[in-house]
Design a protein around this ligand. Sequence first.
Ligand code: DX5
Ligand code: ZN
Length: 213
Amino acid sequence: MKNVIISPSILSADFANLERDIKLVENAGADWLHIDVMDGHFVPNITIGVPVVKSIKKVTNLPLDVHLMIENPEKYIEAFANAGADILTFHYEAVNNVESIVKMIKSAGIKAGMSIKPKTPAKAILQYLDIIDLLLVMTVEPGFGGQKFMDDCAQKIPLIKENAPENLIIQVDGGINAETARICTNYGANSLVAGNYIYKSGDISYAISSLRN
Ligand code: DX5
Ligand code: ZN
């Protein structure tokens, strides 16, 4: 069994039965819970915000892996940290000053993640790998679940891995299933986000264990 962090995305859960659907992945062995925050500006979709994260925190022991697909993320760091985020991931393309936002997240006492969209090359962010805890490589255009995995995005991982400190978490998100998970872990990813594959599989335990192996 590989040492990979599985983070199911609740974007594919039933929002009217969110607690039930969170328990399902928690009981099936998920490591983290991936929460997609979208603002209708950075991406063309709107999902959930601070109050929902706060409520989720009350019903799960899983670390909350919060993926901010929003403009001006610096305005919301404190609020998400107070709501219970354990890892807060912003988009490189949404900020002017990476160092200052990383500092803000770390001062809130939580892990700092940074994400890159498909068109952002790995070489643009190599200089930041030493200051972040997690680098999220998007393997679809952010905004929606259920899209097709883009292999050319995952091909950024080897260069990132080569330049990363030993303890950097390299996460992938978008179109992850048992087959694309293997491609990504072979490239060097050690954290997998999956929404549709887990929640629409019909067998959540099997889906999670198939990502791990
Ligand atoms: C997409 C989100 C993903 C999404 C993944 O913008 O960041 O976390 O939920 O969904 P799947 O696994 O269905 O591609
Ligand atoms: Zn996500």
